[in-house]
Design a protein around this ligand. Structure first.
Ligand code: PMP
Length: 397
C-alpha cells in the first residue's frame, strides 16, 4: 500500500536548522575536484603524505591481537593509552597535563561543536579573530551566538583590542599557529599577552591547533595551554599529521569543563571509534610522528616557496600576501576595487580555483581578500595557476 505524504517541505524545522548554512568552501570543492581545474581552494592535506602501509599493518595488528575490544563500544572519553600519549606529548617541564583532561573527539571539528554546545547560549557573545576559521564560525553559529571580532594586524590577533569587546563574552576562539585562513602565527609575546588578558577577564581561551607541528623550520611555538592550563581549552587533531579520513581529534580542558564536554559527546555519538583510536595509538606509540612529520613539513615548505616565488613573478605590485612559516595557507590582499567573489567566477572560467576571503569573516567581510592553499598542487601547476590568476588580477575592472 502506498502512503500519501503531505509535502515534506512544509514541515516546521527548528529555528537553528533554518539558520544553518553550507560551508562556502565545501560548495566550491564540489566544482574544484574536477581534474582539469588547478585548485588552490581545498583545505585538504596532501594525500601523498598519508602513511597508507603503516596504517594497513596497524589495522591488521590491532584486529588480530585485540579485535574483540577494537570492534566493541568504548568509553566516551576515549582509549586510555591514546589519551595518556596525548597528555604526555602536551606536558612540558613546568606544566603537566593529566590524561583525564583529554577527551577524544571525531575530528577536532566535533570539539568545536561540543564547545559551542557547552559554552554558548543564544545571543552569547563569542570573540573571534578577523578573519577566522570558517568551520568554527559554522559550528558555533548553530548555537546562535553574537560574534564580536577581535582586531588583527599583520602579526595576527591584537590582544589589547580584547578589552573593547569582552563585555559579556563567553569565550575567545584563537588559532595561534599558521592560522587558517591567513597562515599567520602569533609571537610568543602576543601569546603571553593573550593568555594574561583572557585570565584577567576570566574568559575561556580556545587554542585551536591543527597545524602547530607543521612549522617549516621544525621549531614549534610554545602552546598557550602550557602558559595557563587552567584558562585554556586546547584542541588538537591527527588530520594534518596523519590523515583526516580517520576523523580523530581531541580537546584538552580543565576537569570541570572536560566532564561537561564528555556529557555533550555522550549525547552526540557515545564515543569516537575505538578501532580508529587503537590503530592510531599503534601507529604513533613508538615515535613514528617524529620521523613522519618532517617529511610533511619539507614537502609543504617546498610547495609554499614555489607559490611565493610564482606570486612574486606574476602578481601585480599592488597585491600583498602573507609569508607563512608553516601550515598550508597563504592569504592575499587585493587592491580595494577587486571583489574576490567576482574574481573567482573569472578564475573558474580559466580553470583556476581559490577561496574568496569573505566567508572567513564573522562580521564586515573584506571583499578584496582570498585564501590560497599550496599543498595539493605540483610546483609546475602552481606556477601555471598563479600566472593565470596574476593576469586576471591585473586585468580586473
Ligand atoms: N580547526 C581548523 C583551524 C581547521 O583548519 C580544521 C580543518 N580544516 C579543523 C579545525 C577541523 O579538523 P579535523 O576535524 O579534521 O580535526
Amino acid at each position: 500500500m502506498k502512503i500519501e505524504n503531505p509535502n515534506p517541505i512544509t514541515w516546521h524545522f527548528a529555528d537553528r536548522a533554518a539558520a544553518m548554512q553550507s560551508s562556502f568552501i565545501r560548495e566550491i570543492l564540489k566544482v574544484t575536484q574536477r581534474p582539469d581545474i588547478i585548485s588552490f581552494a581545498g583545505g585538504l592535506p596532501s594525500a601523498d603524505t598519508f602513511p597508507v602501509e603503516k596504517m594497513k599493518s596497524a589495522f591488521d595488528k590491532v584486529l588480530t591481537e585485540s579485535g574483540r575490544v577494537a570492534l566493541q563500544y568504548g568509553p566516551t572519553d576515549g582509549f586510555p593509552p591514546l589519551r595518556e600519549w596525548i597528555a604526555n606529548s602536551l606536558s612540558t617541564e613546568g606544566c603537566t597535563i593529566a590524561p583525564e583532561q583529554v577527551l577524544m573527539t571525531s575530528g577536532s571539528q566535533q570539539a568545536l561543536d561540543l564547545i559551542g554546545k557547552v559554552l554558548i547560549d543564544e545571543g552569547s557573545r563569542v570573540l573571534v579573530e578577523t578573519p577566522s576559521y570558517l568551520g568554527a564560525l559554522q559550528a558555533f553559529s548553530v548555537y546562535r551566538p553574537e560574534f564580536a571580532s577581535v582586531a588583527t594586524d599583520e602579526h595576527g590577533l591584537v590582544p589589547s583590542s580584547i578589552d573593547a569587546v569582552v563585555e559579556g563574552a563567553r569565550m575567545l576562539y584563537a588559532l595561534p599557529n599558521f592560522q587558517n585562513p591567513t597562515g599567520r602565527s602569533l609571537s610568543v609575546e602576543r601569546r603571553q599577552e593573550l593568555v594574561e588578558t583572557c585570565a584577567r577577564h576570566n574568559l575561556p581561551l580556545i587554542e585551536d591547533d591543527p597545524y602547530g607541528a607543521l612549522s617549516y623550520k621544525g621549531e614549534p611555538y610554545p602552546k598557550m595551554l602550557n602558559m595557563n592550563p587552567d584558562g585554556v581549552i586546547y584542541m588538537g587533531s591527527f588530520s594534518k599529521v596523519l590523515t583526516p579520513g580517520i576523523r580523530l581529534g581531541y580537546v584538552v580542558a580543565p576537569l570541570p569543563l572536560v566532564r561537561r564536554l564528555e556529557l555533550a559527546k555522550q549525547a552526540a555519538d557515545l564515543h569516537t571509534s575505538q578501532l580508529t583510536q587503537m590503530v592510531v595509538h599503534e601507529v604513533i606509540k613508538d615515535g613514528f610522528l617524529q620521523e613522519h612529520i618532517p617529511t610533511i613539513r619539507n614537502l609543504y615548505a617546498k610547495q609554499c616557496q614555489a607559490m611565493l616565488d610564482a606570486m612574486k613573478e606574476h602578481f601585480p605590485s599592488n597585491v600583498s600576501w602573507t609569508k607563512p612559516e608553516g601550515g598550508m595557507f597563504i592569504w592575499v590582499q587585493l587592491p580595494k576595487h577587486i571583489d574576490a567573489m567576482k574574481l573567482l567566477d573569472q578564475a573558474l572560467a580559466a580553470k583556476v580555483a581559490f577561496v574568496p576571503g569573505a566567508p572567513f569573516y564573522a562580521n564586515k567581510p573584506e571583499m578584496n581578500t582570498l585564501r590560497l592553499s599550496f599543498v595539493t598542487v605540483s610546483p609546475a601547476r602552481i606556477q601555471e595557476g598563479i600566472a593565470i590568476l596574476g593576469k586576471l588580477i591585473a586585468a580586473f575592472k
